[in-house]
Design a protein around this ligand. Structure first.
Ligand code: 1GP
Length: 248
């Protein structure tokens, strides 16, 4: 967490790449080295659902190939690894089921303690994106309507008053519509804790719009999953340049 705060001070906004353990092939090591060379600020590893048994192996590979933080972004208690630097200790505040607000977390806590990984308390807020996403389905969330920034503000203040360290605004992986600018702007004018924005961000221009609106950390997943080599290098560099150009 202190790395995130220090880097935000230095760079204004940060770029994290989400690695889905189910979607990786043998080029993962190379991809992580390329992204690190291009100046990405860190990696999240996780998925709403896990179909393979690759989680631990995936975290290990990411960690081995970068000097940037590797932070677990868990979909469930099955996504923990002692090889990570930290875990986003998510509470899905928009869930209608206590299992995703405090249940899975209670099962995970003793394991996190044993693994000695940093737990970063994070409010996970799902935003309506035009369709049912895996994150909404799995977490049994009542997503925040896109045209109701007041509800998003109220949830964000709740997170801050609870003492949470980060707010993650999620439109869902592969979402048709990313988190609306107005929601980001409004939340930013009410809360002080850093804002992560992800889901459906497919180009550097959109990423720049979000950081200009007040997003502190931009996350992309899907868009980099099917490219490699030179193409990956140029797209990641474009994202890095767009996001870092927004020095506040
Ligand atoms: C991270 O779920 C997102 O918050 C990732 O979304 O795969 O659409 O980039 P994309």
């Amino acid at each position: 967490y202190s790395y995130i705060l220090d880097e935000l001070n230095r760079k204004g906004s940060l770029y994290f790449i989400l690695i889905d353990p189910d979607k990786q092939n043998q080029n993962l090591s190379n991809f992580i080295r390329i992204a690190t060379d291009c100046g990405v600020d860190g990696f999240f590893v996780g998925s709403s659902l896990l179909l393979s048994e690759n989680f631990n192996k995936c975290v290990k590979i990411v960690k081995k190939n970068t000097n940037k933080p590797v932070i677990i972004f868990p979909g469930s208690i099955y996504q923990l690894s002692k090889y990570a630097d930290a875990v986003l200790f998510l509470s899905v505040l928009t869930s209608t089921n206590t299992e995703y607000i405090v249940g899975q977390q209670t099962l995970a806590s003793p394991i996190i303690f044993k693994y000695k990984i940093e737990a970063i308390s994070t409010a996970y807020l799902l935003i309506e994106s035009g369709k049912m996403t895996s994150a909404i389905f799995v977490s049994q969330s009542k997503p925040i309507p896109r045209d109701k920034p007041d509800i998003a503000i109220a949830y964000s203040l709740t997170a801050q008053y609870f003492g949470m360290k980060l707010i993650y605004l999620e439109a869902g992986s592969g979402a048709d519509n990313s988190v609306p600018i107005e929601i980001i702007q409004k939340i930013k004018s009410f809360v002080k804790i850093p804002l992560i924005v992800g889901g459906g961000i497919r180009d550097p221009e959109t990423a720049l719009e979000k950081v200009k609106a007040g997003a502190d950390i931009i996350v992309t997943g899907n868009i980099l999953e099917n490219i490699s080599g030179k193409n990956a290098k140029s797209l990641i560099s474009e994202f890095v340049n767009a996001i870092h150009q927004n020095k506040k």
